[in-house]
Design a protein around this ligand. Structure first.
Ligand SMILES: Nc1ncnc2c1ncn2[C@@H]1O[C@H](COP(=O)(O)OP(=O)(O)OP(=O)(O)O)[C@@H](O)[C@H]1O
Ligand SMILES: [Mg+2]
Length: 314
């Protein structure tokens, strides 16, 4: 079932570009990944079949493996388990199928923990212009998309509206504290290095990713590293740049695994003056929607080694 937005019988905490977040009780939240898709920070009118389920189930797949390495928020990503736990959701079973995650509620640190193993996107633009990233000097001579000698932790603030802003690690310390910063950087590196390794074995380069962390609201006042948990989505194509390893070649931009058909279409619309890059976006042809959906399903299959059981959708 295609889902653009949900209306569940729980208090809605926020509707993000992609996810609807509900309050379950004081300790738990329900994250619902819809089939909405955004490109260039604009949410499209069309929905992408299976996208929400792919995002939730990829996150669940990674969190399952990270069990014992990194504390995280997932309680369950099984729709039937969640419905057994929250019976009021039963009438919504069809639309929720595979796209919901029941999670521990956390106070989310106001920082996007970005880590880059390869230099691309906004990082490449800044480096090409000034030789820096978030104001910090990088070694000279790097080419676009090149692998960095060591993954670079480059945090950003979580902007309420508009674009997130890159900040230095020193600025991050000023916002959340020294020990908190050290712990978030350590965990970000651990998750990324683990993910990079696993994905490489499946033919996918995770060029960079963004993680979010939260703090157990019941923890004592003094900072307790064991109260930090990984929240939100994890190593998905929406929070990361996934590149096919087979066609990787530094010195140029790489095509992104998932949204390339969509980006190519939108770029063409801009070039021909049919779209100004702002909301409202142009309507997407059926082939573009289909091609984008196929890419999400393909990533799921490559990464996890099994197809998303598309049969369970109605
Ligand atoms: N365990 C959790 N407890 C509390 N909040 C969480 C938890 N996990 C994720 N969140 C929050 O839920 C929201 C997920 O929604 P989503 O990613 O769609 O929107 P967003 O990131 O806020 O905005 P957008 O993606 O539109 O820029 C995020 O604000 C995230 O910080
Ligand atoms: Mg988000």
């Amino acid at each position: 079932m295609l889902v653009a937005a949900t209306e569940l019988p729980l208090p809605l905490l926020r509707r993000g570009k992609v996810r609807d977040v509900y309050s379950v009780d004081a300790d738990r939240v329900l994250l619902v990944a819809t089939d909405r898709v955004s490109a260039f920070d604009v949410v499209m009118r069309e929905t992408i079949p299976f996208k929400g389920a792919v995002l939730t189930q990829i996150t669940a797949w990674w969190l399952g493996q990270l069990e014992g390495r990194v504390r995280h928020h997932m309680i369950s990503a099984s729709t039937s388990e969640i419905i057994a736990e929250i019976p009021a959701l039963a009438p919504h079973a069809g639309e929720l199928r595979d796209r919901v995650m029941l999670s521990k509620r956390a106070e989310v640190f106001p920082i996007e923990c970005v880590i880059r193993g390869y230099i691309s996107g906004s990082a490449w633009k800044e480096y090409a212009a000034k030789g820096t990233l978030a104001g910090e000097k990088l070694e000279p001579g790097l080419r676009e998309s090149e692998r960095l000698p060591m993954p670079l932790f480059s945090p950003a603030t979580k902007a309420e509206a508009g674009h997130d802003e890159n900040i230095t690690v020193a600025q991050m310390r000023g916002i959340i504290g020294d020990e908190q910063t050290a712990e978030l950087e350590r965990l970000t590196r651990a998750v990324y290095e683990y993910g990079l390794d696993v994905a490489r074995g499946r033919g996918i380069i995770i060029a960079d990713t963004k993680l979010e962390f939260g703090y157990d609201p019941d923890a004592t006042e003094k900072f307790d590293p064991s109260a930090v948990i990984l929240v939100d989505e994890v190593l998905t194509p929406d929070s990361s740049r996934f590149w096919p390893a087979a066609s990787f070649e530094p010195g140029r931009p790489q095509s992104s695994f998932d949204k390339q058909p969509l980006r190519d279409y939108l770029d063409a619309q801009r070039r021909t003056g049919n779209w100004n890059g702002e909301s409202p976006p142009p309507r997407l042809p059926e082939e573009v929607v289909r091609a984008t959906s196929d890419r999400y399903l393909e990533i799921f299959r490559l990464l996890t080694g099994t197809p998303l059981h598309t049969g369970s959708f109605d």
